[in-house]
Write a protein that binds this ligand. Structure first.
Ligand code: ADP
Ligand code: MG
Length: 303
């Protein structure tokens, strides 16, 4: 399961994600839709650690892939000196309802002060030690397919396919090529194994990019508008490959503007607007009776 908790992301003054919480269960297909600039790519890129969250945590299969966020661990804040001082000042009895209020008022700057001392630091370290994993863990489990394919232009299709399995997963060339051939066959591009990406059509490039992601045997696949850069006649061939993957049961988060396709394959639709997850509902519910005005306005434009 991917478990995103209270994710915030800012670029300078610009707040792009403003408190996203979202779970993706094993085998689930979640489609993310929303207006341009709403933070869809930033959300996907955060799951893949191409962006680092400003606040919040991301857990994958019970492992913490981001640094711990003290605000999601109230026990950590309660162990801080700042908390103790504030509670004392207000003469707060244990388990008082005001307790949560204080926890929420403690600012990050307070927790970073040297006077925080051992209990706070120890708890933060304990969380790191018990749950945190390195970036390799994430890279091995999560595959990503981009709008603009992101194939390495100076490598043949086969070289593109075997690079990560050999360097990250430490497969032998022979093992990696074997796997690559099987997958190229699945996407109907065996005969292209020795050509360079520049000689392929957009649809073929994207099918190679999908096969390349699958070479790592990821548990989760992220797609960021995989058909948006394609000529209309090539959209179908790529959607067909994605649909076959859905049927294979892999967990997937797909950002798309193909509403018909999303409706057909998604277990859930997540509608993002201005960095907020406005709706999270089964496709039938979302498309027939969107709750928010923002989703209604969006659907009127795109349907
Ligand atoms: P979407 O994929 O929904 O169109 P994005 O996540 O790409 O939205 O971007 C959301 C906002 O964040 C946009 O305003 C974009 O300009 C901004 N943004 C994205 N990446 C960066 C970055 N690396 N630096 C600064 N601003 C960024
Ligand atoms: Mg985007």
């Amino acid at each position: 399961m991917i478990d995103i908790k209270g994710l915030y992301k800012s670029f300078g003054q610009l707040q792009v994600l403003r408190g996203i919480s979202l779970k993706v269960s094993d085998g689930e297909v979640v489609c993310i839709i929303g207006p341009s600039g709403s933070g869809k790519s930033t959300l996907l890129r955060s799951i893949n650690l191409l962006e680092r969250p400003t606040y919040g945590e991301i857990w994958i299969d019970g492992k913490l892939i981001t640094p711990p966020d003290p605000y999601l661990h109230f026990d950590v804040i309660r162990a801080s000196n700042t908390y103790r001082h504030m509670a004392q000042e207000r003469q707060l009895p244990p388990d008082s309802p005001e307790d949560l209020d204080i926890v929420r008022r403690i600012k990050e700057q307070d927790l970073l002060k040297p006077r925080e001392g051992r209990p706070y630091l120890d708890l933060m370290r304990r969380i790191e030690r018990e749950h945190r994993v390195d970036d390799h863990y994430t890279r091995r489990r999560i595959g990503m397919v981009f709008q603009h394919f992101n194939l390495f232009p100076h490598m043949t299709v086969m070289e593109n396919m075997v690079y990560a399995p050999m360097h990250v997963n430490k497969l032998s060339r022979q093992e990696a090529e074997q796997k690559a051939l099987t997958l190229l066959n699945t996407v109907g591009l065996m005969d292209k194994k020795d050509v360079y990406p520049a000689t392929l059509s957009g649809g073929q490039k994207q099918r190679v990019a999908i096969a390349r992601a699958l070479c790592m045997e990821p548990e989760y696949l992220l797609f960021d508008e995989p058909t948006s850069a394609l000529d209309p006649e090539m959209v179908k061939e790529v959607l067909a490959v994605i649909k076959a993957l859905v049927e294979s049961g892999i967990s997937m988060v797909l950002v798309t503007h193909e509403m018909g396709f999303a409706r057909e394959i998604a277990d859930r639709i997540c509608f993002l607007d201005e960095g907020i997850l406005v709706e999270d509902a089964p496709p039938d519910v979302f498309f027939s009776t969107p709750k928010s005005d923002r989703a209604k306005a969006f659907l009127e434009k795109v349907l």
